[in-house]
Design a protein around this ligand. Structure first.
Ligand code: UN1
Length: 513
């Protein structure tokens, strides 16, 4: 176990924020305490927006949209290209700030900024590929096609665990698609949001200095609590709300947006599983499971939470896993040797302990899961990740606890384990470890995994941006990031053009006056 850094995190955060371009007045004299989970210390007291201010920022963003939608898409892409450059230059500082504010280990903090850079690159290319179809028409001298148009203000609600990358997935796509953006970050990670906003402003300034036409108020960040999220959810000037968080949050957001016929992209809880088959490469499996289950201290929506191990390999794999759980390095995420940083706060720790108590009551055998003291960080919530051998998929195994708990279960029949795999309410990500082609293909087939992400011989977490990201059932059904997710950020128009001199009606209808 490594010691927390003895330096003042507040001082370090303040210097990072200043080099990233955040104005000091955004960081003091307010009511929202930004904390570091590394030590529990307060980093800054941020002034909060009122709901009225949020409404007026949304109106301003709507005005910006009305100008931005007419800027040619490849020019919009140029803004994102510049933003990608600014992110590259600021990667070390922003990545470190992510580690300080969200508690992710340094390589994951940097990885998060890399994910922002990657989606910028993707969006730049996309800005020349926002194309629709030309469709055969049933009428002579007619042409039918579809076009994709900008949609409007895109509301983005993001969670603490990916405080900047998930915003970037939405922001980069929304902006090249011709939308303006209003962001409500998690109250637990406002500093990285302000830093990102400042970097984006830097890119906007460069874009405008080079002759680019970007309106004022193209992007806004709302600092504060739930009322600001509600301001986005209920405002008819926000045709799309993209929200990442708990299923409870999604259940509140989805129907309210639908009520006013707005669209939502929901990326909610996961309860991701892996199936370990008799032919699995166990060395590779061990590493894949360790990263997916313990990485980010179990605080990814894609974290591996359920492990089904075939009884022929159970006694080989599970003791090795238990050993890895017992020896993994826990401590300050700023120490390069650390693999497991802190939980975000005490509430996360309490939720973990209550799930472990429920697992024990349901017959689980718990390895690890206890609080770990880290020097100079008495108010940080560090835990030994927990591996729980469960007799069956019951009780807490059916729910997502946002903490490092891996429930391990034995299976003997492949068809049965597929049923069990899909027998939870969530449907985000999934994996199979096997060298049997039939098992792998069945897992990926229509009667295999019911999740939005299904992998072979890699864990369920750590997706690249090029694919569509999201899941089924209580995970919410939305898709973000790569593939054709951009279509959710635009409106589609079907156009029929008559270039003849007669007016044939569709379906052969006659209406001669
Ligand atoms: C999340 O936890 O909300 O696939 C997103 C992954 C990351 C994104 C996770 N690229 O684990």
């Amino acid at each position: 176990m490594t010691a927390a850094t003895p330096l003042s995190l507040a001082a370090e955060a303040s210097s990072l924020l200043s080099s990233l371009g955040v104005a000091p007045e955004r960081l003091s004299g307010g009511t929202l305490a930004a904390r570091s989970p590394i030590t529990g210390e307060t980093l800054a007291l941020l002034p909060e927006h009122t709901a009225e201010q949020a409404t007026s920022l949304i109106a301003d963003a709507h005005t910006a949209f009305r100008a931005w939608r007419s800027v040619p898409a490849p020019q919009r892409g140029e803004l994102i290209r510049l933003f990608g450059e600014d992110l590259r230059a600021a990667k070390a500082d922003l990545g470190r700030l992510v580690s300080i504010e969200a508690g992710k280990i340094l390589s994951e903090g940097l990885g998060e900024v890399q994910e922002m850079i990657d989606i910028c690159d993707f969006a730049v290319g996309l800005s020349r590929q926002l194309y629709g179809l030309t469709i055969a028409t049933e009428r002579g001298e007619h042409r039918m096609m579809e076009t994709w148009h900008p949609l409007g203000v895109t509301g983005i609600i993001s969670a603490f665990n990916f405080p900047v990358a998930v915003w970037a997935w939405n922001a980069a796509l929304a902006l090249v698609c011709g939308n303006s953006i209003v962001w409500k970050p998690s109250e637990k990670t406002p500093l990285t949001a302000l830093a990102t906003e400042a970097l984006f402003q830097r890119s906007l300034d460069r874009f405008i200095a080079a002759g680019g036409k970007a309106p004022a108020n193209l992007s806004a960040v709302l600092i504060g609590g739930r009322a600001l999220g509600e301001a986005l959810v209920d405002n008819p000037l926000v045709p799309l709300v993209s929200a990442t968080g708990s299923t409870v949050m999604g259940r509140a957001v989805g129907p309210r947006v639908a009520q006013r016929f707005g669209r939502s992209i929901l990326e909610l809880g996961g309860n991701n599983a892996a199936i370990i088959c008799p032919t699995a490469d166990l060395d590779l499996t061990l590493r894949g499971v360790a990263f997916a289950a313990m990485g980010t201290a179990g605080q990814r929506c894609t974290t591996l939470r359920r492990l089904f191990v075939h009884d022929s390999v159970y006694d080989t794999l599970v003791p090795r896993l238990i050993k890895a759980y017992g020896s993994v390095s826990i401590g300050s995420p700023l120490q390069p040797s650390t693999l497991i940083g802190p939980l975000i706060d005490q509430a996360a720790f309490d939720a973990m302990q209550s799930s472990l108590a429920a697992a024990k009551a349901a017959g689980g055998v718990i390895h690890g899961g206890d609080r770990t003291e880290v020097a100079e960080a008495p108010n940080g919530y560090y835990v030994r990740p927990a591996l729980v051998e469960m007799p069956a998929q019951t009780g807490p195994v059916e729910h997502e606890t946002f903490a490092p708990i891996l429930y391990v279960m034995k299976y003997s029949d492949f068809e049965q384990v597929l049923e069990l795999h899909n027998a939870v309410p969530q449907g985000l990500s999934s994996s199979i470890f096997t060298n049997d082609l039939r098992e792998a293909e069945l897992f990926l087939s229509a009667r295999g995994s019911d999740c939005g992400i299904a992998n072979v011989n890699i864990g369920p977490s750590g997706a690249e941006i090029g694919g569509a990201f999201g899941g089924e059932k209580e995970t919410g059904g939305g898709r973000e990031s790569g593939s054709d997710s951009w279509k959710a950020y635009m409106r589609r128009a079907t156009n029929t053009i008559n270039y003849g001199r007669s007016l044939p009606l569709a379906q052969g209808v006659k209406f001669d006056i």
